[in-house]
Ligand binder design. Structure first.
Ligand code: SAH
Length: 336
């Protein structure tokens, strides 16, 4: 049976028609799946059993949840092939934000990241991305207002499913999430960033820059061997010019690696080129990785230096420090 949760409304309409069912059923099914977020076709009370038997929807299995004292909840979900993925719920004053995974594992190989230690297993389907949001929404009985595609995986390496996911999650006939409240984070695959700008999804783009020189960046991120910082900045500029949306640069501060005042000055010059915003985070130490976080004082000094150059800077609040905080750690522990 085909998984109808990954279908757009128009694809679902075609599919329903091909099953010999009346067209209005497509909209009803779509509403059950994407607005009411039901876990099973059996909950679709106004859909006849004969039709329910002909369709199937993806449903993630909740394997584990950890709750932090600050309200952050980290979810471990099992997929139909028994792969495991992580998602995180963060509660802010402005709403509930969910960080979703886009792949099972990752092949980008960033030296500070736990998600990539075992390489890429497979891409997630659009339904598997959507269902992280729907399952968490059901679990807490509240609406999710913000989504960040910043969990395990490189979204631009699963591009078609990413676009499909964004179409469905923002569809007014579906969950209807505001484009403005979605951020997609990439390690900087330059040509995909341009394609993404042309796709005009209206979402915020975050680029994991992490270093202001090619030399330092290459020591942290293998992708930097393929795309230079100037390739990445040009792509960011293209995104900004074509969408009018400001790009965010993520910058994980690692002691003695990328946190000097010289680095701050160079980073400011780069950010200025695209009116970019900088999001700082002290690197989250991962047992298998050698990086240590810059101390608070160093983070503040780095921030001040950027601000003096007129750059808009935020320090990412480190939520969930008392649970398996860093990306991929909860999954890794379960796999072991
Ligand atoms: N592949 C995408 C999205 C997933 S990673 C990307 O690279 O942007 C989400 C963010 O977490 C990225 O900025 C990534 O560099 C960062 N990250 C990964 N491991 C980290 C760690 N140990 N400490 C701090 N940030 C980390």
């Amino acid at each position: 049976m085909t998984d109808i949760k990954s279908m757009t409304l128009s694809e679902l309409s075609d599919h329903i028609e091909s099953l010999g069912e009346p067209a209005y059923r497509a909209k009803q099914l779509y509403g059950w799946i994407h607005q009411k977020c039901v876990a099973s076709v059996d909950d679709m009370t106004n859909i006849p059993k004969s039709l329910r038997e002909k369709v199937d929807i993806t449903n993630l299995n909740l394997v584990d949840v950890q709750e932090s004292s600050d309200g952050t909840r980290k979810y471990l979900f099992g997929l139909s092939d028994r792969s495991l993925i992580e998602s995180v719920l963060m509660r802010y004053k402005y709403g509930n934000s969910v960080c979703i995974s886009s792949q099972v594992g990752c092949r980008m190989g960033c030296k500070f990241c736990a998600s990539t230690l075992d390489g890429l297993e497979r891409n997630l389907t659009a339904a598997e991305m959507l269902d992280q949001i729907y399952s968490i929404s059901r679990d807490i009985g509240e609406r999710i207002s913000h989504v960040v595609v910043m969990g395990t995986g490189e979204p631009m390496d699963n591009y078609d499913n990413l676009i499909r996911f964004l179409h469905i999650i923002t569809d007014q006939d579906g969950y209807g999430l505001s484009r403005r409240n979605i951020t997609v984070s990439t390690c900087g695959i330059a040509e995909k960033i341009k394609e993404f700008a042309d796709a005009d999804t209206g979402v915020t783009l975050a680029i994991s820059l992490h270093a202001p020189t090619d030399e330092i960046r290459r020591s942290m991120m293998p992708i930097a061997n393929k795309y230079s910082i100037s390739d990445v900045i040009n792509a960011a500029k293209y995104y900004f010019e074509h969408t009018g949306r400001r790009v965010t640069f993520e910058y994980a501060l690692a002691k003695g690696v990328n946190d000097s005042s010289e680095c701050a000055a160079k980073l400011a010059d780069l950010a200025k080129l695209v009116s970019g915003h900088v999001n700082l985070i002290p690197v989250n130490p991962v047992t298998e990785r050698g990086y240590a976080p810059t101390a608070d004082e160093g983070v503040r000094a780095f921030k001040n230096k950027l601000e003096k150059q007129g750059i808009n800077v935020t320090i990412r609040r480190e939520l969930g420090q008392d649970i398996d905080g860093a990306c991929g750690q909860l999954r890794k522990r379960h796999m072991e």
